[in-house]
Design a protein around this ligand. Sequence first.
Ligand code: FES
Length: 368
Amino acid sequence: MSGAADNGAPPATRQYVQFVFYKVDPAWRRLPAEAREAAKREVEEAVAAGSERMQVRPYSLVGIRGDADFMLWQISDGLEAFQEAATRLLSTGLGPYLSTPYSYLAMTRKSVYVDKTEREPYGPSGGPSRRLRLTPGTAKYLFVYPFVKTRPWYVLPAEERQRMMDVHIRVGRKYPTVKLNTTYSFGLDDQEFVVAFETDEPGDFLDLVMELREAESSLYTLRDTPTFTCVATTVRGMLDALGAPGDALATEPEGDARGWTRVAAVDDVPPGAATTAYAGGEQVAVFNASGRLYAIEAHCPHGNAPLAEGSVDGTVLTCPWHGSRFDLACGAEIVRGPAARPPRTYAVRVVNGAIEVSLAQAPARAIP
Ligand code: FES
């Protein structure tokens, strides 16, 4: 299903979004260390396999909440990817010890409210009309909760609701360190929305929520709990944080453990062509520009346009929606706005006729 895009831009595809919280049975910690290690490897492989079809972000809640140990934030183009990922995870050695106390399903959708302050697409209320594709950032913390409004809210005149949302948006703009991802669950799950705030500053999020309580729109909130404070980590970090007698204490994982992922055959991306694929739980766009391969994040930092649909002149990529230009040969640096930052760049190589991308390696280029 598609939605119309801004400014005459082509429609973008909506995404499915899932926040799955897992609880681990204490019996897991009584397993022999070798059995736990083997199971952890299986989980890493299971998540890596799922990452070829969707974006996956692992988070730990150990020591923060009593009823959930870890959470996977998954973003895909099809519901089946979630089912396959769950089956794979439950089939690992950790599977018999897992329960799922909470799971929230949602989709992306254009907001019905207008952000009159819209300046750029990132921020607590930025770019509501551009939210058909989620672009998770790299913040250390994620705050997630299901959200339900009262039925009287929906029978208020549209102008009245917009007036209240204007205040809401204005408050959000005061906290640029907090990025909001709103997704919609109407009919798909028990809640109406799932909101996920990304930030490195939990204090800013707390202040934002307190200030929003004073906004008139808060009178129409029926439910906004439970609230989950999640700490970003790697899959290995998430598993090590579960702890066990005799295990080394889980520490901050060093770097990114994700390796190389095959994204396409070299023959499928001839000079002048581009493609989009999943690698390491991210969506990436791969370009063959002037005989060299480049891998960057799949969506434009300005408004989420699918960059693989842009045009390339030499090594300069032009975004298909509003014309931002990025030089692929120079770390995708900005040649022309309105984008305020360049797309993230990834390492790419060719092995046995296959193009591989790694999010863990320093960006590099390869000649097919
Ligand atoms: S989406 Fe606006 S410049 Fe790319």
